[in-house]
Ligand binder design. Sequence first.
Ligand SMILES: O=C(O)CCC(=O)C(=O)O
Ligand SMILES: [Fe+2]
Length: 358
Amino acid sequence: MASIAIYPQEQPHSVDFSLYSHGAQSQKQKVALELIRSIRETGFCRLSAHSITKENIDRVFSHANTFFKLPVDIKSKVKHPEASNPHRGWTEVGRETLSTVADYEKDAKLDKPIILDIKESFDMGHTHDPLFQNMWLPEEDIPGFRADMERFYEECRLQHLELLEALELGCTSVLGFTPNFKALCGKSPSECRMNHYPATRSSVLQSGGNCNRISPHSDFGTLTLLFQDGVGGLEFEDQACRGRFFPVTCDSRYEMLVNAGDVLQRWSNDFFRSVNHFVTLPMAMKNGHGVGNGEDVVPERTSVVFFGKADWEADVGSLPGFEQPETKKYEHMTSLQYNQIKLKATYDTATPSIATVK
Ligand SMILES: O=C(O)CCC(=O)C(=O)O
Ligand SMILES: [Fe+2]
């Protein structure tokens, strides 16, 4: 495999994806190369003019706000099972600890204690996922929720495949061969999640404490599509310096952040690397600065995430072309096996009690 220099950056590049979707071949090529460059340098890319409609983004954020405000006994009707599987339904605050998977696929392991995550979430997959069934509340509890989530999932599913196609095009010109990323994701095992981070005292999130909104972790799949509200606090790890994080700039909930997951790293034998990221105090509140409300409270925050995944039976070892016999890093295992290893680690820690602000 050709060796191509990368220069880690403090901000992901911003790419107008309409030039890929609707452009001439030369424009597609240009966008594909920009995408590859940003992902290689930062693990992230900011995407404007993507194909998820504003209406669907608005609807999904509105449902997230309604869903998480429902009484516990209603949300409990779709409570995530105690075990890590099936990874569906509502997970209450404090149940998941992403810090336990922080060092997967990273060479230098950092010595870190378990950190508690102050978030609740709702997970769903494809309606026809062969292994795991979705969990839905009765329609009268949250009208339109199921239909809108399924519509959003479908738009993200297609966008994920188009992004993989763009990576394939870029690899063809940079590396001289075409990897088959897209063909390995045709059966839609991808998963969609809404995260809600309740309002929290800022002292709880100060560095040196044992809580985060979500702890440093890399996503398990291929590419993640992330939408967030305007509160901020998302940071990503410098690909060249473990333990050093930069805040991600994001203009609005309509801008899509794309980040590389572990399966893309494994397939590409480290040509692409997954990126550790976490959510903490927004920059404006770091170093003792308030946000103007005079209280030491970090406002609640919502994000909606689509985790692109490989077909459950697909191999997630290094792919031909990327692998060299002497440098091959990742052994064969199925996407399901890999996913379960990481998922189990996030759910198999004790449920902590956490002080949030009502
Ligand atoms: O809320 C965010 O901005 C990040 C969420 C995230 O990283 C995840 O759910 O894996
Ligand atoms: Fe993540």
